[in-house]
Write a protein that binds this ligand. Structure first.
Ligand SMILES: [Zn+2]
Length: 330
């Protein structure tokens, strides 16, 4: 193809020392370079006039010095020039500020952190072109599901929202704050499929947005109709019930979508990282998103790997498909 650029290697370097922090080969790039920024269109080759977005997560060892800046080094083959090129581009400052510390959004145990960080793609790569700019509000979002004692998300009639373990669970304010968005008039969807032709303004279904200060806003989405207990302008206290888990909006099974963002709109915002104050991890689904989807669609148990003893965690974000116990304290 004329004009093609094949990306062969991508490295993330510490901007001051030049030390590589992350190196991707062509195979890994092909899993992470989304053509046009479109989720699910990943490839390692760009055509003429095409752009792509590479989704990267750079991990550091505990206690390691955090670089002040990152530099991106790209090696590839430029087909029009018939030559290899190497470029150092996109020097990026690293923001190293305290993160919002959230209380539990739900009560009790057996909550599965669905579509969480980092290599699941439905939230992490949900880049949306809106009003002339790309925004990634959901990059640290989690879809919370709940399992029963047999590791099932749903038992009984798959088309009935009440069959899902999490349906109707109280949803709690994760921090003190002011309610800046709320809606509770949309119906629950029939589980099993995403609703067709849903207006984008109804994607979150019934929702609450809380301004928790410091430029951070918390979105709770897909809440149960008629059960949102707060209104715009009210103040909420950490731990206070604000609604119930439902299946409204762009949702195919009852769950709580929660994320933190830099504006009050669930769409016209970028996602912010956050941590929960404390929780316990009792298991995880090492079989990945496909296993989670199967369990949700069929009512069969999740394939869980128990963690014995459970891992007590403070000030962290649960990774994808961790099974979280919030304990009894609010
Ligand atoms: Zn979600």
């Amino acid at each position: 193809m004329d004009g093609r650029f094949d990306v062969k290697r991508l490295a993330v370097l510490d901007g001051s020392s030049g030390r590589p922090l992350l190196v991707l080969d062509r195979g890994a790039i092909g899993q992470r370079l989304s053509l046009g920024g479109r989720r699910g269109s990943e490839a390692a080759s760009l055509g003429a006039s095409q752009f792509g977005v590479v989704f990267l997560h750079v991990g550091l060892d505990p206690g390691a010095r955090i670089p002040a800046t990152l530099i991106h080094e790209i090696d590839g083959f430029a087909e029009p020039l018939k030559t290899d090129l190497s470029m150092q581009i996109a020097e990026t400052p690293v923001i190293d500020e305290p993160l919002p510390v959230l209380a539990a959004p739900l009560r009790g145990g057996g909550y599965v952190a669905g579509d969480g960080c980092c290599d699941s793609i439905r939230h992490v790569r949900a880049l949306l072109p809106l009003n002339g700019a790309f925004r990634l509000a959901q990059r640290f979002a989690i879809d919370w599901e709940r399992i029963d004692g047999e590791n099932r998300i749903v038992r009984g009639d798959l088309k009935d929202v009440r069959s899902y373990r999490i349906y109707g669970e109280p949803v709690l304010a994760v921090a003190d704050g002011a309610v800046v968005g709320a809606r509770d008039d949309l119906p629950d969807q029939v589980p099993g499929a995403l609703p067709p032709n849903l207006p984008i303004a109804e994607a979150d279904g019934n929702f609450v947005v809380i301004d928790i200060g410091g430029g951070a806003f918390v979105l709770y989405a897909h809440l149960r109709p008629g059960r949102v207990r707060v209104r715009v302008g009210e103040r909420v206290r950490r731990g206070e019930p604000i609604g119930e888990v439902g299946n409204s909006g762009n949702s195919q099974a009852p769950h709580l979508h929660l994320h933190v963002m830099d504006h009050a709109s669930g769409l016209l915002a970028n996602g912010l990282p956050y941590v929960f104050e404390s929780y316990t991890i009792s298991a995880s689904d090492e079989a990945g998103t496909a296993d989670f989807d199967r369990a949700e669609a069929t009512g069969s148990p999740l394939t869980l790997t128990p963690r014995s003893p459970p891992l007590a965690v403070r000030h962290a974000l649960p990774l994808d498909l961790s099974v979280v116990d919030w304990g009894s304290s609010p």
